[in-house]
Design a protein around this ligand. Structure first.
Ligand SMILES: *Cc1c(COP(=O)(O)O)cnc(C)c1O
Length: 529
């Protein structure tokens, strides 16, 4: 390193490049940038580091007050036409030459951006699975955006590539595989991780699929997957992309806790075989999206192994519970599965997207994409290209998404994540107990993680009005903007759904939400009369 740096210097001195660069350093003029050419006709300030600092400060001031605002709020829902007009009003009318920089424009854009989002850092945000980020994670993402080191290839993102390897080792300590035998690749979201894992599983059982397409012909079994009835939609979507039709998706029955019924898996697989299907993957959820239920991985792994089927765990939401000593048991058996999708942008509180896809067997990670492209994939990997993930992930240019996670892990250690996750799961248990004492509310499940679904059901509400009332409540709460919650259908009937992602939420805030639901619900019932 030191050597190459000094080499660099000599070259610069010899060729005079260094001084040339110095001479070209743009100076901030009193009227910044007005058509003043620097090089290539760019106005002097567009790339000026000093202006960069000033811009960053403008943005930082906005973000600091945003983070400091602990008021209870959800989303300011704006008519898209109105917002388009507001956004257009912030655009320069200059079309001929590069417009002069206007600090006020940047400030206004930042302000509009912040104001019009779901207020994930407020205790009013209880609605979705992306989280308020640990602020330092955002700072590191900012660095990523400036240094621009896409991470599918070692030479383009050296530290991100190494950080991926380190985080894979760190997180695998909670999964428990042999250190040298597993693999991890980052993907832009859990949906893409599910698709990638299923592709690897399909190609493993149907080695000719990549070159020849789907096996077809009389008597040939058709590729199929088996999933829990409450699996995330990205899994059935992935099936569609993989050439697996709806009729080739075996839906496994779930029990009252919304988990796959172990006893019914073998019979379902036998029935599928009789229908001419060959199930190549079983997808279990570790934290279903709707209620946060954990499928019994241990038992499913035994069945999958016995049947020679790949077991993929969609742990997009709940794999993070692995870092907690107290909660890890919900994923008992994880060491026996073939692959795990793990969203860090959910319960690890980093900017989206950041997903880690783990494979128990290193070789399996190479099975998803069976291509050669000479401009990127080296035929004979060396110690550098060995760290390339390009052959194992869909993306070519990929966000160095690991950096916020690795930095937080480096600076604070794993306890930051464990403690926040435990707080949120404990809180969800507490609000469940609160609900049990409220006669006009109906609870639907005991929370396994930080997701809770329930219904507002005052005595006077007829059964056939339950669904519509929950939907109307959810929508009106969204428009009022004090809280942000979501909605999900359970057994075909809508329920209100809260996801505790924000450690600033207390049981008191939840009681306030119940007050809001009652007010809104009572109004809606009165309107309907
Ligand atoms: C959120 C979620 C997904 C989708 O992940 P994205 O990162 O949003 O693409 C998949 N499965 C489950 C269980 C989820 O909760």
């Amino acid at each position: 390193m030191v050597e190459s740096r000094s080499n660099q210097k000599t070259i610069e001195q010899k060729s005079g490049v260094g001084s040339l660069l110095g001479a070209q350093k743009p100076s901030r003029s009193a009227t910044p940038g007005v058509g003043k050419p620097c090089d290539g006709g760019m106005p002097a300030d567009t790339f000026d580091p000093e202006l960069f600092r000033e811009n960053s400060e403008t943005v930082l001031n906005r973000l600091e007050s945003h983070l400091a605002d602990s008021s209870i709020r959800g989303l300011e829902l704006i008519d898209p036409e109105t917002l388009t007009l507001a956004a257009r009003a912030l655009m320069t009318s200059e079309r001929e030459k590069i417009a002069a920089f206007d600090e006020k424009r940047l400030d206004a854009i930042t302000d509009l951006y912040i104001r019009t989002g779901i207020q994930v850092h407020s205790p009013g945000y209880m609605g979705r699975q992306f989280s308020g980020v640990v602020p330092l994670g955002g700072v590191v993402d900012f660095v990523s955006s400036v240094v621009n080191q896409p991470s599918s290839f070692y030479e383009a993102g050296q530290l991100p590539s190494v950080a991926e390897r380190i985080m894979a080792e760190e997180l695998n300590r909670f999964i428990g595989w042999e250190p040298d035998s597993f693999a991890m690749v980052t993907t832009s979201g859990g949906s893409l991780a599910n698709l990638t894992a299923l592709l690897a599983a399909r190609n493993k059982m149907f080695p000719g699929f990549w070159s020849d397409g789907s096996p077809s012909g009389d008597g040939l079994p058709r590729p199929a997957i088996a999933v829990g009835a409450d699996v995330h939609y990205s899994v059935s979507r992935a099936a569609g992309i993989l050439g697996i039709g709806e009729s080739q998706i075996v839906r496994l029955p779930i029990n009252a806790e919304q988990q796959i019924c172990l006893e019914q898996v073998r019979p379902a697989l036998v029935a599928a075989e009789q229908r001419g299907l060959k199930v190549f993957a079983l997808v279990a959820s570790a934290g279903t999206t709707s209620v946060g239920a954990f499928d019994p991985l241990d038992g499913l792994a035994d069945i999958a192994r016995e049947a020679g089927i790949w077991l993929h765990v969609d742990g997009a939401h709940g794999a993070s519970l692995l870092v907690s000593d107290r909660l890890r048991h919900k994923l008992r058996g994880i060491e026996k599965v073939d692959s795990v999708a793990w969203d860090a942008h959910k319960m690890m509180f980093v900017p989206a997207p950041c997903t880690l896809l783990f494979y128990r067997n290193k070789e399996d990670s190479l099975g998803a994409f069976q291509q050669r492209a000479s401009y990127v994939f080296d035929e004979e990997p060396d110690r550098y290209t060995e760290l390339d993930s390009g052959a194992r992930n869909f993306e070519c240019t990929k966000r160095p998404m690991i950096m916020p996670l690795w930095t937080l892990w480096s600076v604070y250690g794993p306890a930051l994540f464990a403690e926040k996750i435990e707080y949120l799961c404990d809180l969800t248990g507490e609000i469940h107990r609160i609900l049990l004492d409220e006669p006009d509310f109906e609870t639907l499940h005991r929370p396994e993680a930080n997701i809770l679904c329930f219904r507002y059901r005052p005595a006077e509400l007829p059964d056939d009005g339950v669904h519509r009332l929950q939907v109307a409540i959810r929508n009106r709460i969204k428009i009022r903007g004090n809280f942000f919650i979501s909605k999900v259908n359970i057994d075909g009937v809508a329920a209100l759904r809260v996801v505790m992602m924000n450690h600033q939420i207390t049981a008191e805030h939840f009681r306030m939400l119940l007050g809001e639901i009652r007010r809104v619900g009572t109004d809606l019932l009165a309107d309907a009369r």
